[in-house]
Design a protein around this ligand. Structure first.
Ligand code: HEM
Length: 489
């Protein structure tokens, strides 16, 4: 649909619908005199304008979204009873919001940063949100570190800028970040567009089938457009020339009917294998090598419709890792557990208690039936229905069937570290990733990291950061140290 199709006809009105006589001149006491309070149009316009912004997302503020269709291409009913995955050929409407992480709302798109890949499936059993990134892993493995981590990515309280000191100080002191940082400073760290990158659920999630069997799964979305990245130099130029490059690319592709798509797969681990797997399967800093758990392809995601109003549909869209449907549930991943709280809380603050009622956020293939009521901007959707349960009036009722299977736990409560499995340490997979790279890729990785680390002002911070990469791979560390020394003189 073109933008022109949305132009409305008829006289301009006030918010209350009364016709406006003059939208160019405010009302004054005499010609050239002071403005009158009775000019309600002027007051209404100024007051509304002052309230146009809502708080931007504390992370992932900058983004772009599009609607699409998810189609099941292979039978996965032996793993999950989710109704939207129940038969080959079945289609579900989706909304996907891509984003960068650290930049504010007006930041440039072409930067070195993970990309958000937040996908809402409007299923007949309610909305299922998969709030992932374009990276299979993350910097930390416990939600309690997330606010500290993000503070180092955002503006320093004194300088007002992002500071290499803070970034590498935190990473150096958090060796579990070495894998993700190696990924981020490699070729895939700056995708050419949102269309030319993969998506990942990143966390391990639970699928469970009709028989009540549980599986641990990881989602992969492989771009059908092919991976395309920008070099650091290309990105620097593009970010300055066209700060909206990713957003424009996505909108224009969909406008010309060149619908981007992704091939969707899962890795599936039978629940009983988790305890003895060589890596802790609930540690977000680790992947499951495909040799251990191969990709099982089961779907196609296509984006085919642009939002009509970016504020209403993208800025006010909300995604929560806690939005599950029957047959899908959380894992004990400590990061995921923290996220189950964080998003709903962010939505209540940022968009309001009725955020889930907005057109982009509400279920499209079923309706939400709750006894929650009222609050700011409640639209009266429940009319006169009873607002409590149990009741004797035939209102909505509980199903007595949990969405996911229970997980066995042992021990006593405590501030525990994530258990370490046979081959786990903070560096093993970062080293494997480095050794997988071609010589050219290694060179670019070392150069990108050295450029960033050379901005650090304290030697101890730079040394500690470099040491993590040395522990991942001796050659990696040696080359990085030499490159940083050359830059710092
Ligand atoms: C414990 C760790 C984390 C916490 C506490 C956290 C918290 C948040 C919060 C508060 C928002 C803003 C939500 C809003 O205002 O609507 C957000 C956005 C987002 N986060 Fe996280 N996050 C965490 C880790 C992650 C991880 C590991 C991923 C990916 C695997 C991720 C992906 C995203 C995405 C894609 C968005 C943007 C969603 C959108 O487009 O609206 N986050 N996060």
């Amino acid at each position: 649909m073109t933008q022109e199709a949305h132009v409305t006809q008829g006289p301009l009105t006030t918010e209350a619908g009364a016709p406006v006589a003059d939208n160019q001149n405010s009302e004054t006491a005499g010609v050239g005199g002071p403005v009158l309070v009775q000019d309600q149009l002027l007051l209404e316009k100024l007051a509304h304008f002052n309230r146009e912004r809502i708080p931007e997302r504390v992370v992932h503020a900058r983004g772009a979204g599009a609607y699409g269709t998810f189609t099941v291409t292979a039978d996965v009913t032996r793993y999950t009873r989710a109704a939207f995955l129940s038969e080959v050929g079945k289609q579900t409407e989706t909304f996907l919001r891509f984003s960068t992480v650290a930049g504010n709302l007006g930041a440039a798109d072409a930067v070195r940063d993970p990309r958000g890949f937040a996908l809402k499936f409007y299923t007949e059993e309610g909305n299922y949100d998969l709030v992932g990134n374009n990276t299979p892993v993350f910097f930390i493995r416990d939600a309690i570190k997330f606010p500290d981590f993000i503070h180092t990515q955002k503006r320093d309280p004194y300088t007002g800028s992002q500071e290499a000191d803070n970034v590498f100080d935190f990473w150096g002191l958090s060796p579990e970040s070495t894998h993700q940082v190696t990924w981020l400073f490699g070729d895939r760290g700056i995708p050419a567009s949102y269309r030319h990158m993969d998506g990942f659920g990143s966390h391990t999630y639970q699928w469970n089938n009709e028989a009540g069997e549980a599986f641990w799964v990881k989602y992969h979305f492989k771009t059908d457009q092919g991976i395309k990245n920008l070099t650091a130099e290309e990105a620097e130029i593009l970010a300055g020339k066209d700060p909206d490059s990713h957003q424009r690319d996505l909108r224009e592709a969909i406008e010309r009917g060149d619908f981007p798509s992704w091939t969707v797969s899962v890795q599936v681990m039978p629940a009983a294998e988790a305890a003895t797997y060589r890596f802790n399967p609930f540690d977000l800093t680790k992947v499951w090598p495909h040799a251990d758990y191969p990709l099982i392809e089961f779907g196609k995601l296509e984006l085919n419709r642009n939002p009509e109003n970016i504020f209403a549909e993208v800025e006010q869209s909300v995604f929560s890792p806690a939005h599950f449907v029957p047959g899908i549930g959380p894992s004990p991943d400590k990061m995921l557990q923290g996220r189950l709280f964080a998003y709903g809380d962010a939505h209540r603050y940022r968009v309001g208690i009725n955020a889930d009622h907005l057109p982009v956020n509400r279920p499209h293939a079923t309706e939400a039936r709750t006894h929650s009521r009222d609050g700011f901007l409640y639209d009266g959707r429940h009319k006169g229905a009873k607002n409590y349960e149990p009741n004797s009036f035939g209102g909505p009722f509980q199903t007595d069937r949990a969405l996911w299977q229970p997980v066995a736990v042992t021990g006593v409560t405590g501030e525990t570290v994530t258990p370490v499995h046979a081959e786990d340490n903070d560096f093993v997979q970062a080293g494997n990733l480095y050794r997988l790279m071609s010589e050219d890729e290694k060179e670019r990785l070392v150069k990108n990291l050295a450029n960033a680390i050379s901005g650090v002002t304290r030697d101890d911070i730079a040394d500690r950061a470099i040491n993590n990469f040395r522990q991942a791979d001796e050659d990696f560390g040696k080359r990085l140290e030499a490159a940083v020394q050359a830059l710092r003189g």
